[in-house]
Design a protein around this ligand. Sequence first.
Ligand code: 5GP
Length: 203
Amino acid sequence: MSKQFSRYGILFVISAPSGAGKTTLVAALRQTPDLVYSVSCTTRAPRAGEIDGQDYQFLSDADFRARVKAADFLECAQVHGDFYGTLREPVLTNLKNGVDVLIDIDTQGATAIRNCDDPFIRQALADVFIIPPDLEELRRRLMNRGTETAQQIDSRLATAAREMELWRDYRYTIISRSAEEDLQKFRHIMDAEGYLSRRLIRK
Ligand code: 5GP
């Protein structure tokens, strides 16, 4: 980055209630070369079009449990009945090499990382919460998506209303507008985090 300074990678954590615009934002961020996306492990079945090793590492319950036992996960949580976990080793290797990492995890995972006992991880962390402008907009987005029944939409909205209250726990909150604006706001956060004096290491 410069002859005088270097820095470790930044661990960007992104969470959001479903329908808040996170999937679109993460897809756009994955197109950019300046971040490495951390591919989580999960026990849920792949959805149409999802690729093993690219969207998730799809594991059996037994394999997932074995990895928990081996302490392979930086954090893991049960979300909507399935298990999800972030592998520790690739995240640490990238951060130590000065490469910024993006992880898309639920609010339980973000809390676990915020409170983890490794000071290197805690210092690397920059956590970002995406919220919809309001619940009516969220309802509209979920209905437009057309992947849930009316009952599922009501249940997702109730969960979203609860989850939205967690915004204060995150360093940054992006109120989702358009895909372009959300991406631009996230890029501003990336820039500012990269300028933090405390991240710089004098060579
Ligand atoms: P989906 O199954 O729709 O891809 O993801 C469901 C939820 O699980 C999303 O909120 C997503 O952010 C979260 N998630 C994905 N990977 C992980 C992970 O490794 N750890 C945790 N805690 N949550 C995850």
